[in-house]
Design a protein around this ligand. Structure first.
Ligand code: FES
Ligand SMILES: [Fe+2]
Length: 356
């Protein structure tokens, strides 16, 4: 029996395409204003802007007149105006105004492709896939801690010249705590259990956590290493295709929200939540005060996150270069988590078209 050339195993992992039928994160909420913002998601060039009501709009970043970038133009009310001849386009992609339209001319019937876009949990989520006619779109992955008063968020953007598989493998393989020794994020990870089903891979490790957030001064451990107290904690990391979620004991929840730009470039946001759940009496404090604390401490772990990202990106970019120089070379892999992650990436990658 001949083997189909299109089996998932034949999709080159480091070039595997993304499954477009998912929500991807293309910007953080503060990055999107009433000025056009150019973003790229897996080769799709997209322009984002906010209308007068603050609603996020996403259109293909190409004027249908002469195909220049709409992101070089400006927002006029609810419309986007092209920089070249000033044609204006409505949020549904239709041409709404041509400044020099003669009395005997009609507006051109062009329509720019649009994308479903949602603002949720501090980020702009975009769905680049086929919109089903017979059922609603799935929901984007939720970050319930974003609004929760007991969790303090920090956000670090990631921009690396590497295929997204290198980044998700970095996030799922907890045997690299030593790389981050100077940040003492975690150490001595031991894989206890691995689960893989559907769009998920869950790896359960035990690791030494260096933080214990149970006193009001504990948050200072994020800045003062001498205050940290190593102790064993469960460390769970999950590939929730195409994003990542993790928890370290009760102290931390961390997410990585992906925007694969192309085969060799990946953008993402690392979102870290420090938990105040260990403070039993917190709920007795007035809500405005709790919100004040949450907002005042926003980004308190950003220094640590940026440092972790710098160290990881250095490794990922070297992996990408090594792949480019010798795509056939494979190193031995001892963590079964990565085999499960690679299987999921291959399973979700669209099959290449058979040659005619
Ligand atoms: S190219 Fe955009 S209006 Fe002419
Ligand atoms: Fe790392």
């Amino acid at each position: 029996m001949s083997v189909s050339p299109l089996t998932p195993a034949t999709v080159p992992l480091r070039e595997a395409a993304i499954d477009l039928d998912h929500w991807y994160v293309v910007a953080s909420s503060p990055e999107l204003t009433d000025r056009p913002l150019a973003v790229e998601l897996w080769g799709h060039e997209i322009v984002l802007y906010r209308d007068r009501g603050g609603r996020a709009i996403a259109l293909e970043d190409r004027c249908p007149h002469r195909f220049v970038k709409l992101s070089d133009g400006q927002v006029q009310g609810d419309r986007l105006e092209c920089v070249y001849h000033g044609w204006q386009f409505a949020a549904d992609g239709t041409c709404a105004e041509v400044p020099y339209l003669a009395a005997n001319q009609k507006l051109p019937p062009c329509r720019i492709p649009t994308y479903p876009v949602r603002e949720q949990d501090g980020f702009i989520w975009l769905y680049p896939g086929e919109v089903p006619r017979d059922r609603p779109l799935p929901e984007p992955m939720a970050l319930p801690e974003w609004e929760h008063l007991n969790y303090i968020a920090s956000v670090a953007p990631i921009d690396c010249r590497g295929h997204f598989s290198f980044l998700i493998e970095n996030l799922m393989d907890m045997h690299h705590g030593r790389l981050h020794e100077d940040y003492q994020a975690w150490s001595a990870a031991k894989l206890d259990r691995l689960e893989a089903h559907g769009d998920r891979v869950n790896a359960h490790y035990t690791a030494q956590s260096h933080y214990r957030i149970d006193q009001i001064w504990s948050v200072a451990q994020l800045f003062i290493p001498a205050l940290r107290q190593p102790h064993p904690e469960p460390l769970t990391v999950s590939y929730r295709y195409p994003h990542w979620a993790s928890s370290l004991g009760e102290e931390f929840r961390i997410y990585c929200l992906f925007c694969p730009v192309s085969r060799d470039r990946t953008r993402a946001y690392l979102v870290h939540f420090t938990s105040l759940e260990a403070f039993d009496n917190l709920h007795k404090l007035p809500i405005p005060f709790r919100r004040f604390i949450k907002n005042s401490l926003f980004n308190c772990a950003k220094g640590m996150l940026d440092g972790l990202v710098r160290q990881d990106v250095l490794m990922i970019e070297q992996e990408q270069v090594a792949y480019r120089d010798n795509p056939r070379r494979r190193g031995p892999e001892l963590n079964p988590t990565l085999a499960a992650v690679q299987r999921l990436i291959r399973d979700r990658a669209p099959r290449p078209n058979p040659s005619p």
